[in-house]
Ligand binder design. Sequence first.
Ligand code: BTN
Length: 263
Amino acid sequence: MEENYFSNLNTKTIGKKVQCHKKVTSTNDLGWLEVSRGAEEGTVILADEQLKGRGRFGRDWFSPSQKGIWLSVVLYPSRFPEETFLLMSIGALAVADLLKNKFGLPASIRWPNDVIINNKKIAGIIVESKYINKSPNATVMGIGLNIDIPDSEIPPDLKDITTSLTKETNKATSIGIKEIAADLICLLDKWHDKIINRELETIQDAWRNFSCVMNKSVSVKIKDKILEGKIIDLDPCKGFALLESNGNTNWLRGETVEMLRLI
Ligand code: BTN
């Protein structure tokens, strides 16, 4: 991907600097390298291919060459206390916004940040933060969006649970990966700007509206415990409210919930 393609994105924070690489271990690794070099907030790192792409809870992220958007963004959420939590929602919101409004797809968000089309995962987001004196001073947000992964290349364990953009649009998309990446960066910046401007109600509404788990019965794994109940509310900062059959309601957050399944 050519860097100068991204030189005029006209964004406020995210995408003012964009690095493009061919083959990397993980764009998140490069994100942390950039943090150590004092990179500007909003620096984006894109790669054609990742050899060791990572997902949440130490899972691998399949990232073949030029078959998806594999990107990371460097952010420094230190303006107000809830900023880090809000950041965790904007990756999924930007991807869902892109898929719905640019491609007309029925995108939804499976809490906390899987983007789903027709019950299959098309994108995942990982947010890594480093805390110093209890206040997170650097965050790398990684987004993986499958664009065109042919069935023959998908590892067997992912075949039934993942999808990609070309499959869902029923055609080889004529829009190139870098154009889609540019649109995604602009949407990330749009949602990030809503955090900066404290448009919290807009974020909250979108978070509920895109959710496919709101008002649904779910089973969740927390450490070695499985809880079942109904999700009765969602909040980007507080997590989700689970109403259990014994009548108890608990707010649960992403860092503790290892698995969430609709039942
Ligand atoms: C998940 O669903 O578990 C999160 C997947 C995140 C994958 C992206 S691809 C770009 C960035 N670099 C990584 O190593 N991971 C993220």
